[in-house]
Design a protein around this ligand. Structure first.
Ligand code: SF4
Length: 250
């Protein structure tokens, strides 16, 4: 199977934030977001491939070493990897809680049985290719997330990367009928803008009474608009704050 790397670290965002987690990062991605921070996973690297048995063995070893049963399946885009459903089934059969980080640009119809799905909604800042791919499947994927919630999958979340107000406009429009679902807003992480967008989003999401004077005026109307996401959280990508100097295995 097309596996890029396996390691343990703190889960930096999403429904299992702050929990010790084994990460299984797959190779390949056809989505090609402009802000991708793991571009090295895009091409296939046959020399890194492993069998399902090898992955299971190594995963169980990492889980035991760490004392966790949480596994984050990330990428790349795991949904594109041949054999991924078989792997998920095998991992869950071993008692692991599998959280799939899905690109949201590919149909999730076959992934109903995964313990947890964290699904990206690619906004305009993701770039045209990712944005267009998302738009073709988003309604079906969101309906699936609604059905899963009714079916007692309580650890799902939508993930919305925010770099500009255009992103927020898109999320408000496309999630209008889905605003009750848990949503994590992730300020786009670049050394240049992280602290400013992070602060802006924190002010917009959490401070209904505070008079804000030092954030750009065009963001202010979103404080009222974002209130409709009653199940919202700020994704701070804690792992990147703890280890800003590391580029791998965080
Ligand atoms: S879907 Fe994920 S791995 Fe693929 S380009 Fe986007 S951020 Fe990178």
């Amino acid at each position: 199977m097309q596996i890029h790397e396996m390691y343990t670290t703190i889960q930096g965002e999403g429904p299992f934030v702050n929990r010790p987690t084994v990460f299984l990062r797959t190779q390949t991605c056809s989505v090609e977001c402009s802000y991708c921070d793991v571009k090295e996973t895009w091409p296939s690297r046959p020399e890194l491939e492993k069998s399902i048995d090898e992955i299971l063995l190594q995963t169980l070893k990492l889980c035991k070493q760490t004392g966790t049963n949480l596994l984050c399946l990330t990428g790349g885009t795991p949904e594109e990897v041949p054999g991924i459903l078989e792997l998920i089934e095998a991992l869950q059969e071993k008692g692991l809680i599998v959280s799939l980080e899905a690109s949201g640009a590919i149909s999730l119809k076959s992934f109903w049985h995964v313990n947890s799905i964290v699904m990206d909604i690619k906004g305009p800042s993701a770039g045209k290719k990712a944005f267009d791919a998302t738009k073709t499947v988003i309604k079906d994927n969101l309906d699936l997330m609604v059905s899963r919630r009714a079916g007692n999958y309580k650890y799902d979340m939508l993930k919305c990367v925010v770099a500009t107000t255009d992103d927020l406009d898109f999320y408000l429009e496309v999630l209008d009928d889905y605003a009750f679902l848990p949503v994590g807003f992730s300020p786009m992480f670049t050394p240049k803008n992280e602290s400013s967008v992070m602060r802006i989003m924190a002010e917009l999401l959490f401070t209904p009474d505070r008079i804000i004077t030092d954030i750009p005026k065009k963001w202010l109307p979103y404080r009222e608009k974002l209130k409709k996401f009653t199940n919202r959280q700020l994704n701070l990508q804690i792992h990147k704050m703890i280890w800003p100097d590391l580029t791998a295995h965080i």
